[in-house]
Design a protein around this ligand. Structure first.
Ligand code: PEP
Ligand code: MG
Length: 325
């Protein structure tokens, strides 16, 4: 098995009818970037920057962050690394940030909302990212964007970081991509507007499912109701993909749905350009891509968009996936 995985790691993720999908890895540290590349990832679709902020008593300095981002970029050996800006909120305990206890942390001061309230925290991270941009192929991604004002405000903060670095004579790469996670239903519904002002989308299905179905993603009482295959979720994803492509932008998925065979098949059928997942899942998903004609995935996905329940969706997609094994 390990032998087979190694041999397959170098094969392209291309369907039998010639549609290329980028298979990337999710990572939680620079070391995991290296691990994902070994597993055959073509890049990093999500590097969660929280690793730098958790389990310590003071915020990481700009220099510390710069070193970590630069290491992550070097470990990707020229492939793209999407680094997501801080996504911490009331549900994670980071004592030195002095976060208020909230009744509904997932609906509270989380991610960008926290960063907008702590400009120094945000500027430090954005400066570190831009300084690291010269060490590889960087993409910066903003989490929890709810609409155009969030996006514009985040981009303005990035522009400010760039101006301050240039004024100090720090080198910054000419080109780096700037994108957003689409993980709040309002962003999905406004994807046409958002697409014109970003380089890419990455769909965060973990949160998109939670917010669309109003089901807490971590509540064990509700696992049955937490359904990425819900047609309501599929319709939002369809809309996001269409909006991105209409604007000439690429769209990926970095939520867990992309690493599940049924999910990957549906997402492929809905037209996503990139799937990013835990590196251990890459070999199986690559086999699925290499044995499923895109035309067939598209036809099934279209059919699923017209269904009414997740059970019906799974009944249609399940057999196609089991065929591959
Ligand atoms: C998501 O919401 O799908 C996602 C990838 O981000 P996180 O799981 O870190 O919220
Ligand atoms: Mg999320």
């Amino acid at each position: 098995q390990a032998e087979r995985d190694r041999a397959e790691a170098s094969l392209p993720a291309e369907t039998p009818d010639g549609v290329r999908v980028e298979l990337a890895g999710n990572a939680g540290s620079p070391g995991e970037v290296a691990f994902a590349m070994e597993k055959g990832a073509e890049g990093i679709g999500l590097l969660r920057s929280e690793f730098l902020f958790m389990g310590r008593s003071t915020a990481p300095t700009e220099e510390e962050q710069y070193q970590a981002y630069a290491e992550a970029l070097r470990n990707a050996r020229g492939q793209r690394v999407i680094i997501r800006t801080l996504d911490i909120g009331g549900d994670k305990d980071v004592p030195y940030l002095g976060l208020a206890k909230e009744e509904n942390p997932f609906l509270g001061v989380r991610a960008l909302r926290l960063c907008f309230r702590r400009p120094e925290l945000f500027q430090t991270q954005l400066r570190a990212l831009l300084r690291a941009s010269v060490h590889g192929r960087l993409a910066i991604m903003f989490p929890m964007v709810s609409g155009l004002s969030d996006l514009r405000r985040a981009k303005e903060a990035l522009a400010e970081a760039r101006r301050s670095l240039e004024a100090e004579g720090h080198p910054v790469a000419d080109r780096y991509e700037v994108g957003i996670m689409v993980e709040i239903p309002s962003a999905a519904l406004l994807a046409d507007h958002l697409a014109r002002e970003v380089d890419f989308f990455s769909i965060g299905t973990n949160d998109l499912v939670q917010y669309t179905l109003a089901v807490d993603r971590g509540n064990p009482e509700l696992t049955e109701m937490y359904q990425p295959y819900h047609p309501a979720v599929l319709r939002l994803i369809d809309r996001i993909v269409q909006a991105a492509h209409a604007a000439g932008k690429w769209v990926g998925v970095c939520g867990e749905m992309g690493g599940l065979p049924e999910g990957a098949l549906l997402l492929l059928g809905l037209g996503v350009d990139e799937l990013s997942m835990a590196p251990a899942l890459l070999p199986r998903i690559k086999r699925l891509v290499r044995s499923t004609p895109a035309a067939e995935a598209r036809a099934v996905a279209r059919e699923c968009l017209e269904l009414g329940t997740p059970e019906e969706v799974l009944a249609l997609v399940g057999p196609l996936v089991r065929r591959v094994g």
